[in-house]
Design a protein around this ligand. Structure first.
Ligand SMILES: [Zn+2]
Length: 377
């Protein structure tokens, strides 16, 4: 990873370069900030830079033997600690998952922790840095550096460390081995032992600025329109993986918007005693062709749309992010969504989600929903 691969974060890059060039390399650093802002990417770029054999003033050379091994994550002095899930097995340590970890990081070091958990636990349990990992860390740092000037130990989500591992790490940080650098990466540093935090040099990452994020997305996804990219940037809160997810989901979001508008119109016709039965059958058929996950996503989209329109109803436009199409529809629709309507419709949609999760028949759940919300429009 090079500094030039990093999206935005110019000030942090300058600070890290300055530390590498002018200060004593600290034995422990703590990178904090929201998920997806580039903490892991910069930990990798900085580790490569301080070990590069021919660094320039600005970046690693990316061709020396050290750079080659760092960029492929195979340097013998580069170690990773991250949450894993052992299920029914005993004595599971990070290295059992190192190939999965390398594969994920090599695709992109910008990912959300939930994406890693899917790989490692498949929703079966809470990934953790287990107690057994402490011995592994101590073993790795007690051997002499193979070839790197600085041995690097990157601990991803140290807040997920078992307490005994945290206590052992604390001892290591009190008497750090020479030429070893720990980089702790946390989006929830408030959950760490204060004694660990106080032994680290802290670097706080801001969110990625809109301009850098837009430029990155425009280059990487030329198939999307500029307006779609701007929308994704606004909705992402400065997190790169969130912006990609928003962009990729745009097609389904467009479909959900159409289904929502159709549902509201059908509900309105029912209230006027002019139900359009054929349209209802067609609509329900269309919805039941979606996967179960998509049906839930549709309902969550409906909740968001109702919430946004309630916000517009009470003149809180600044809290609402909408596409142009949603905005146009909401200009008229929001006046039909005062507090009571929002609350009741929200409650019916939540019940529909509840029934779907418990394997309720989607045909019945969605037909019911149209009739239930009809009372409020
Ligand atoms: Zn190099």
């Amino acid at each position: 990873m090079l500094f030039s691969d990093i999206v935005g974060q110019k000030h942090i890059i300058d600070r890290l370069r300055f530390i590498a060039q002018n200060e004593k390399i600290p034995h422990a650093m703590l990178f904090t900030g929201n998920e997806g802002v580039g903490k892991l990417a910069l930990a990798l770029a900085w580790a490569q830079y301080i070990n590069c054999l021919e660094p320039s003033e600005h970046d690693s050379c990316n061709v020396c033997a050290s750079c080659h091994k760092f960029s492929h994550l195979i340097h013998p002095d580069l170690h990773f600690v991250f949450p894993v899930y052992k299920g029914s097995k005993s004595n599971v340590v990070c290295d059992d998952f190192i190939q999965e970890w390398r594969d994920m990081v090599l695709i992109s070091p910008y990912f959300l922790s939930s994406q890693w958990y899917e790989v490692v636990a498949e929703d079966k349990g809470q990934p953790t840095i287990y107690a057994d990992e402490a011995l592994e860390i101590i073993r790795k740092i007690s051997v002499k550096n193979y070839e790197a000037k600085y041995k690097i130990v990157i601990i991803y989500q140290p807040e997920r460390m078992h307490i005994s591992t945290a206590n052992k790490l604390l001892k290591v940080l009190e008497e750090p081995p020479p030429f070893t650098v720990f980089i702790l990466i946390s989006s929830q540093p408030e959950l760490l032992l204060s004694t660990i935090v106080s032994r680290c040099q802290i670097i706080k990452f801001p969110v990625i600025d809109d301009v850098s994020l837009s430029q990155f997305l425009e280059k990487k996804f030329p198939q999307y329109k500029i307006q779609a990219i701007h929308q994704a940037v606004i909705l992402s809160g400065g997190s790169l993986p969130r912006s990609i997810r928003t962009l990729e989901q745009q097609e389904s979001t467009q479909n959900y918007y159409t289904l929502f508008v159709q549902m509201v119109r059908m509900a309105y016709e029912i209230k006027r005693n002019k139900p359009k039965t054929n349209e209802q059958i067609k609509w329900v058929q269309q919805v039941t062709q979606l996967s179960k996950e998509e049906q839930k996503e549709l309902l969550i989209y409906c909740i968001r749309f109702i919430r946004d329109n309630f916000m517009l109803n009470v003149q809180l436009k600044s809290l609402v992010y909408q596409t142009k199409e949603e905005e146009d529809f909401s200009k008229n629709f929001s006046r039909f969504v005062p507090f009571n309507t929002a609350l009741n419709v929200y409650s019916h949609i939540s019940k529909a989600i509840y029934h779907l999760e418990r394997n309720g028949n989607p045909r019945l759940v969605f037909t019911d929903l149209i009739y239930q919300i009809a009372m409020y429009f």
